[in-house]
Write a protein that binds this ligand. Structure first.
Ligand SMILES: [Cu+2]
Length: 289
């Protein structure tokens, strides 16, 4: 792409982002002229600029956002197959939140993953009356990231908070597996079709089979035929993923998501069959939009 075309595309993206943020669509100005959109960077428009920039950031990168903070009871935990971990979600006053809305059948979804993207776990901690969440995690030595996805009372939707958990001990980082469109787990084969494209919502379809036979009786898990989590390699940014058809039972399960930028992402599909939840993992490269 030549430079003027790049600039025009950038301006178009910017205008679209501001249009969405302002809710004014084409009223922003001619899309081939960057000036009207750039004018938004002036003093009064600061809030809009922030909204636009945040729209390009994945969730889960901050320990505090939207007035809420993820407070781990300890920033360090021992390695082990069932290490207890506890934490609280604090509100703007520093008080532990005790009331959470249910989303995907749970009041809080906790993702735990080592910073090299190994050891992925998706668990549902238990909430005590004082606002303390507890669970147990299978931890190996290394630096872990905990991502809590919930809707605390007073929030206007889902709040995703992330915190680091250090697990002492010797370890070697696990290299990220190469990009692939199929994953094997426990005798199941999961095929991935669709791509990730920076800045564009795309549909990803995962197809589950066993011994070459499509699985058509996937059991509902968290209110859908599967639950997909997408994390960005490099910073573990967390993408929101929406099931396209919550009533699907397989073999296809479709999701829609938007990669914020080109780069490498790791996909984790949790699906339930024969009363067991399994996770299929894929490395996917998001292309430039
Ligand atoms: Cu969950």
């Amino acid at each position: 792409m030549n430079t003027p075309a790049k600039v025009a595309t950038f301006a178009l993206g910017l205008a679209a982002a501001f249009g969405a943020a302002l809710g004014v669509g084409a009223a922003v100005g001619p899309v081939d002229d960057p000036a009207p959109a750039m004018a938004g960077h002036g003093g009064d428009a600061h809030g809009e600029e922030t909204t636009s920039a945040e729209a390009l950031l994945p969730a889960g990168l901050a320990v505090s956002t939207d007035g809420f903070t993820l407070a781990l009871d300890s920033a360090e935990a021992p390695a082990g197959p069932a290490t207890p971990v506890s934490f609280r979600v604090l509100d703007a006053d520093g008080s532990a939140v005790t009331d959470f809305a249910v989303a995907h059948e749970q009041r809080l979804h906790l993702i735990a993953v080592r910073r090299d993207l190994s050891g992925y776990q998706h668990v549902h901690p238990t909430l005590a009356a004082d606002g303390t969440w507890t669970t147990s995690l299978s931890l190996t030595p290394g630096s872990w990231r905990l991502i809590a996805d919930s809707e605390p009372e007073g929030a206007e939707g889902s709040v995703v908070l992330g915190a680091d958990l250090a697990v002492p001990g010797e370890h070697s980082p696990v290299p990220l597996p190469a990009p692939a469109h199929t994953a094997e787990v426990d005798g199941y084969t999961v095929a991935l079709s669709g791509d990730l494209t920076a800045g564009q919502e795309t549909e990803l379809t995962l197809t589950v089979s066993r011994d070459g036979v499509p699985v058509t009786d996937l059991q509902p898990y968290l209110g859908a035929a599967g639950h997909l989590v997408v994390l960005r390699a490099g910073d573990l940014g967390y993408l929101h993923v929406h099931p396209v058809d919550e009533g699907a039972s397989g073999p296809d399960v479709a999701f829609a998501t938007t990669a914020p930028a080109a780069g490498t992402y790791r996909l984790f599909l949790d699906f339930r069959h024969g009363d067991v939840v399994r996770t299929a993992e894929f490395t996917v490269e998001a292309t430039r939009g």
